[in-house]
Design a protein around this ligand. Structure first.
Ligand SMILES: CC(C)(COP(=O)(O)OP(=O)(O)OC[C@H]1O[C@@H](n2cnc3c(N)ncnc32)[C@H](O)[C@@H]1OP(=O)(O)O)[C@@H](O)C(=O)NCCC(=O)NCCS
Length: 339
């Protein structure tokens, strides 16, 4: 179990993560993961509070900031302290948590609006992805009250330096031999790691001919950071309003920067434009043991709206893969409604 398994975990950037409650053993591992600061909005009197959280955090040499927010009565003073804290920590690797990421998602979004980094719409969507403030007395008023301040001191504060990931369908020049080879190598390196122990062979998830075919058919969406290719996903539309994405890959050196999310979002937007009502993906997992990257995928796909739809037989769907397997595998199709 890691920090990312904490309830309602959200990675805002490579230096800022948020969540609900963090288990004591996970708190103990934060220094080892490069964290420098923990900000906790949960009052010590809360039934789920970790009693010695400050001691656990400070024993590792991390800074601990406690701003107890009564969920029934969030105050402007709480929020001012939160803003001061984030302003003071412009670049440190920080984890900010409460019990369920309700307090934190609201405070963090309001902070980003206050400093002019986020639109009100982005903040509202971020919060709505975690909880519905309207269902809890007082929160709608609190949020409206803070938003009424508008942008305050826009030049200061913590600007999350998320790298700018762009995605696009290929153009003619992408089909250059060196580019094709690079993309093929990238995908194979990613899958060698993501499916380690599952196949007898290595480096054969794809090949330059396959990549060239996909590029020329404009069936591959490419991701770039600062013009450098860092990921891709293949897409196709099938019968009956079904679309599929596959071979999703983010460069191993650029994980957690939003490449996978941007590629899936682009694939889904494309499918909607193609009038598809459902997105499909295939997931191959070891039957008798768990693979960390597959467990990560299951959680992430579930978070973004996918659910297991059917378990199929690999013998029927991809018979050529069966002799290649190094271990028994389960082959599951996942669906997400796009309507
Ligand atoms: C799946 C994959 C493309 C994701 O790429 P990525 O660019 O690292 O992903 P993102 O940065 O967009 O993050 C995706 C989600 O994972 C979370 N995440 C990212 N890095 C994380 C980390 N180190 N620990 C925990 N969670 C993390 C993000 O917060 C995000 O979750 P959210 O949507 O709830 O906010 C990448 O892991 C990969 O290439 N895997 C191997 C290939 C594979 O398995 N493909 C799919 C086959 S079906």
């Amino acid at each position: 179990m890691g920090i990312e398994d904490s309830y309602n975990f959200r990675r805002i950037s490579s230096t800022l993560t948020t969540s609900g409650l963090v288990r004591p053993d996970v708190l103990e591992s934060l220094a080892a993961q490069g964290y420098e600061v923990v900000v906790n909005l949960l009052p010590d009197t809360h039934e789920k509070a970790v009693p010695d959280e400050r001691a656990i955090v400070e024993a590792q040499g991390l800074e601990y900031v406690h701003i107890p927010v009564d969920f029934k009565q969030p105050t402007r003073l709480n929020f001012e302290k939160f803003c001061e804290t984030l302003d003071r920590l412009p670049a440190s690797k920080a984890h900010v948590h409460c019990a369920a990421n309700f307090r934190v998602s609201a405070f963090y979004s309001l902070y980003q609006v206050r400093r002019g980094h986020w639109s009100v719409q982005r903040a509202t969507e971020f919060i709505a992805g975690i909880w519905q403030p309207a269902e809890y007395p007082g929160w709608t008023e609190f949020i409206s009250d803070i938003l009424a301040d508008g942008i305050v001191e826009p030049r200061v504060g913590r600007i999350e330096q998320a790298p700018r990931v762009t995605t696009r369908f290929p153009i003619e020049s992408d089909a250059r031999a060196d580019n094709i080879q690079r993309l093929s190598d990238l995908v194979n390196a990613v899958y060698d790691e993501a499916e380690s122990g599952m196949f007898k062979r290595k480096g054969t998830r794809t090949n330059p001919a396959d990549i060239e075919r996909l590029l020329r058919a404009r069936a591959l969406i490419l991701a770039e950071i600062d013009g450098v290719l860092v990921g891709s996903v293949s897409v196709k539309s099938m019968s009956d309003g079904l679309a599929e994405f596959g071979m999703l890959a983010a460069d191993l050196d650029h994980r957690g920067k939003g490449i996978g999310s941007a590629l899936v979002a682009h694939a889904e937007a494309w499918a909607r434009r193609m009038a598809c009502h459902t997105m499909r993906l295939e997931l191959l997992t070891p039957r008798n043991w768990t693979h960390p990257s597959k467990e990560f995928l299951k959680k992430w796909y579930s978070r973004i709206g996918y659910a297991p739809y059917a378990t199929e037989s690999l013998e029927t769907t991809h018979p050529h893969l069966v002799p290649e397997l190094a271990t028994e595998c389960e082959f599951t199709v996942w669906h997400k409604s796009l309507t």
